[in-house]
Design a protein around this ligand. Structure first.
Ligand code: SAM
Length: 372
């Protein structure tokens, strides 16, 4: 489970880099689905009030800087990336030296005591390899430490590393329990109860066919400096100007955009649409460690077009694509589709892996610009 940059950064040159400005754009992404609560039809994570989110995010070492919502989803722009709250799905994506796993226990307490959920159905914790892992804070100093932390909560978690583990790679910890609830309880959580009534079990059985769900992420590095310059106060005075100038507003039509331009540079945006779709983009433009992430749950049977639009917008030297899709998703065949995308414009695929989990299929691919 070595991280690619562990190798290049563990040597004596790390001290000479201490004075250099550095920001770790690579995010830690935590997505949790709570099991429907048959005893409480009104269970809803959006009942958790803002001051409680503020307090929870303090434990992660970030804060809310902007907020937008619709009937389906509450979307928060954070000082370090984003949080999305829906009825029973919670997504936290944070970069820098944040510690999202530290909010695990408070989150489960709020989910149980305020929102009305007592059981986790699915959990996905993922991230790309860090550029400078030695700057991270416990329990995020390496994937092994993150896995050990999560294993202390769950009996049935599984950890995977995809891609070339001595180069660009991507780590995933998941329960992927197959939907429809689980008899497993959390090892460390006193607030979680097991469902045991036969009536509950029958209701769960009836709802076994999952709603369609999918997530695409595109994680880009070594970006075109001319494009990155858009996301600085030198070139744009407002976030809206950067969104328009870069063409971000055209990536997925119909999104209500909440964007933020940092001073002197850096950019974050959330987009939400009426049908519950979201997109989120985060940009670290500094040329020495440029990084852009794109993520959305928009459904598509042809992600090739969206991938093209994204990489033509940002011009990365390298990128990773991951697609999660469940069986009822329009994207259920994404693995075959991406298998056919050996080259996209000047980008050539170097790696592809396909994994089947209990409730989702996952495709991972890595591309490099050529000639590089
Ligand atoms: C929060 S943003 C987007 C991070 C994101 N994970 C990404 O994809 O790169 C990070 C960028 O904003 C800059 N920045 C400026 N002020 C910041 C602040 N107060 N907090 C976090 N980042 C800030 C950083 O130097 C970096 O370029």
């Amino acid at each position: 489970m070595a991280e690619s940059e562990d190798i290049s950064n563990s040597s004596s040159n790390s001290s000479s880099r201490e004075d250099m400005h550095f920001f770790e754009g690579v995010e830690k992404l935590l997505e949790i689905w709570f099991a429907p609560n048959p005893a409480n039809k009104n269970a809803d994570l959006r009942k958790i009030p803002r001051p409680m989110w503020d307090a929870l995010l303090k434990t992660v070492r970030c804060e809310i800087i902007s907020f937008t919502r619709n009937d389906q989803i509450d979307a928060y722009v954070l000082s370090e990336s984003s949080m999305f709250v829906s009825k029973r799905r919670w997504i936290l994506k944070t970069c820098g030296t944040t510690t999202p796993l530290q909010c695990f226990e408070p989150l489960l307490r709020l989910a149980s005591e305020i929102a009305g959920y007592s059981e986790i159905e699915d959990l996905f914790y993922s991230r790309k390899n860090y550029k400078r892992p030695e700057l991270q804070v416990s329990p995020h100093r390496g994937f092994e430490e993150e896995v050990a932390f999560l294993d202390s909560f769950f009996d049935d978690g599984r950890a995977y590393s995809l891609g070339a583990i001595n180069r660009d790679c991507w780590h995933l910890y998941t329960l992927s329990r197959g939907g429809g609830g689980s008899n497993k309880i959390l090892k460390r959580n006193n607030h979680v109860h097991q469902l045991h009534h036969e009536h509950d079990a029958q209701m769960i059985e009836a709802s076994m066919q999952p709603d369609p769900d999918q997530t695409i992420e595109i994680l880009m590095t070594e970006l075109d400096p001319k494009v990155m310059a858009i996301f600085t106060k030198d070139e744009c005075s407002t976030a809206k100007e950067a969104t328009q100038k870069s063409g971000i507003h055209r990536l997925i039509p119909g999104m209500i955009i909440d964007d933020y331009l940092f001073d002197p540079c850096g950019y974050s945006m959330n987009g939400i649409s009426k049908n519950g779709c979201y997109m989120t983009i985060h940009i670290t433009p500094e040329p020495e460690f440029s990084y852009v992430s794109f993520e959305s749950n928009v459904a598509s049977s042809d992600y090739g077009e969206l991938i093209e639009r994204v990489i033509r917008t940002f011009h990365p030297g390298k990128f990773i694509v991951t697609v999660f899709a469940n069986k009822t998703s329009m994207a259920a065949n994404a693995n075959r589709e991406i298998e056919h995308l050996g080259t996209i414009d000047q980008w050539k695929r170097r790696d592809i892996q396909y994994s089947r989990f209990a409730s989702y299929d996952l495709t991972y691919a890595q591309y490099c610009k050529y000639p590089s």
